[in-house]
Each structure stands twice: as C-alpha cells, then as structure tokens.
Design a protein around this ligand. Sequence first.
Ligand code: 3HC
Length: 311
Amino acid sequence: QADDLQHDFDATISDDRRIEPRDWMPDAYRKTMIRQIAQHAHSEIIGMQPEGNWITRAPSLRRKAVLLAKVQDEAGHGMYLYSAAETLGADRADMTGKLITGRQKYSSIFNYPTLTYADVGVIGWLVDGAAICNQVPLCRASYGPYARAMVRICKEESFHQRQGYELLLTMMRGSDKQRAMVQEATNRFWWPSLMMFGPPDHRSPNTEQSMQWGIKRHTNDELRQRFVDMTVPQAAKLGVTLPDPDLRWNEERGRHDFGEIDWSEFDAVLKGDGPCNTQRVQHRRAAHEDGEWVRDAATAYAAKTAARRAE
Ligand code: 3HC
C-alpha cells in the first residue's frame, strides 16, 4: 500500500502534474513545502515595513496612493501564502510564533533600511524584479495551492516592478540631486538584491531535492544570472551604474559576468546581524501582541455566532 502511494507521488512529479492537499506525500516533501511557503509568506509581511516607512512622506498623493496599494498587496500575498501553508497542516499562529522567535526566516533583503524616497523606486525595480525572476518559475511548482497562489502574486508583482521603474525614470529626468539619490539607492540595494536568490548552488542544501520534487525549476545561481542579464539593460536605460566593476557582457557565454558576492554579509544577515533585523522582528512581534484583543474578539464572536446557529 505504502509503495503504491510513493509510486503515485513519484509518477505525479515525473509527469509534471500537481500534488494537491489531499494527496499522499512524503513527510519530507510536506516539511520542505511548509518551510518554503511559510518563509515566503513571512517575507511578504515583513516586506511591508521598509516600504511602509515612506507612505506618510511620499512626495505626492498619487505616489502615496500607489505605495499604499503596493503595501496592501504585500499583506494580501502574505495571507495567500499562509493559507497555502495551512493546506499542508501548518498552523498560522504557530508560523507567526516561529517568525517572531527567529525559528523561521524571511527574505534577507528586508533587513536593509529605506533611507531615501528613491529606495521606494529601487525596491520596486530591483527587489520586486528579483522576486518576479524567482516567482515566475514557482507558478509551475509541483504543489498545487502554492503554484496557483504564485500566478496571482506574479501579476501584482509586475505592477510593483513597473511602478518602481516609472518612479525612477521620473526622478532621473529631475534634478542632479534626484539623480544622485537614485544612484545612491541603487548602490545600496544592488548586491542585497542578488543575495535574495539564496546561497550559491554549491552551498544550497535544499536545491537538489527541491529540483527533484519539481518545487524549484531552476537553481539559485541560474535565476540570479537571469536577473542580472535582465537588469543590466534596464540600468542603462535609466542612466544608473550598477555598483560592480566586474560586470561585463561575455559574448561566449551569452551572459553577463559579474563580481563575487560577499557571502559573509549574507551569512551575517541570516544570522540576525543585518542593519534592521532586530527592528523588523520587534515591529512584527509588537503588531502581533497589540492585535491579541482583535483575535480574541473575533474568536469570541465566532463562538457566539456558532452557538446561536446551534440553538
Ligand atoms: N533570505 C533569507 N533566507 C534565505 C535566503 C534569503 N535571501 N536565501 C536562502 N535562504 C535560506 C533558506 O531558507 C535556507 O534556510 P532554511 O533551510 O532554514 O529554510 C538556507 O538559506 C539555504 O538556502 P537554500 O537555497 O538551500 O534554500 P531554498 O532551496 O529554500 O532556496 C529561496 C531559497 C530561493 C529563497 C527559496 O526558498 C524560494 O524560492 N522561496 C520562495 C520565494 C521567496 O521566499 N521570496 C522572498 C523574496 S521577497 C518577496 O517575494 C516579497 C516581494 O513582494 C518582494
């Protein structure tokens, strides 16, 4: 019986079909899917903080409305993904608890500060651009609810990326000071954006298994390379310089060569020593604790409604 179940699972994966919540799956598959989906959801929720920092100080009503819509989208992406994780038996309160006690991760990129308004554009252009590179293949992930969540999320991410790039194009047509702000923000976010794709393949413990299970369709380095190749012409169009002296087109490879990433910085940020780790987690913890009464009221109300229905 167990062999048949494993056989069906293997056949579904090798036929590139979807695993659905009620299908049998190896415990390790369930575990790694909960790990990846929960951390993806955490990234969306924590990602609201750096951008939210500029909602009250956006330079016009239009920019404020666009930024508000984007931050609300991120919250929605987080809810979507927590629901996908719940289809695997994960508990939302447990996932939040693991986030605020550092037992589950969120994307390193959100541990960097947003120091000027140009950061809002650069996050849209580079961070959401990197997220799109990483998430489009996830629309074909073998776990059904995750892949379907990605389809909706990718559509909204492309709006995020476009609004960021348009914001930067506008600033680049502005004053020297505005152009300098865009260049300075690009200098700060370029390398951390490359780190979003994860450690190099030879140091990625999950990639091989995730590729075999059809969770990942490309390795970390493949997607990172795709992002670099996509971004170089965009930087040229903007008129900003990407802060990598080793970045150059390699005719033979048909790809851009680029400089060595500082993996010690990546490791430090993952260990909790990034510029904003403490502040991001504390903010999320405070929001969770301050929201206790709302959850209690909603639970009490649900219980009362159920009791009334049962009368
Ligand atoms: N930040 C934090 N942790 C990271 C990381 C990063 N940039 N890159 C890798 N890690 C962690 C992994 O989670 C893993 O730790 P774990 O085993 O405790 O989970 C460890 O480093 C080793 O990395 P692996 O490459 O072996 O791990 P994965 O196979 O899971 O690959 C990943 C990492 C590419 C991020 C993959 O998990 C993934 O594609 N996740 C879904 C996409 C995602 O989470 N994107 C977040 C970007 S932000 C975002 O989408 C919001 C948008 O609105 C901007």
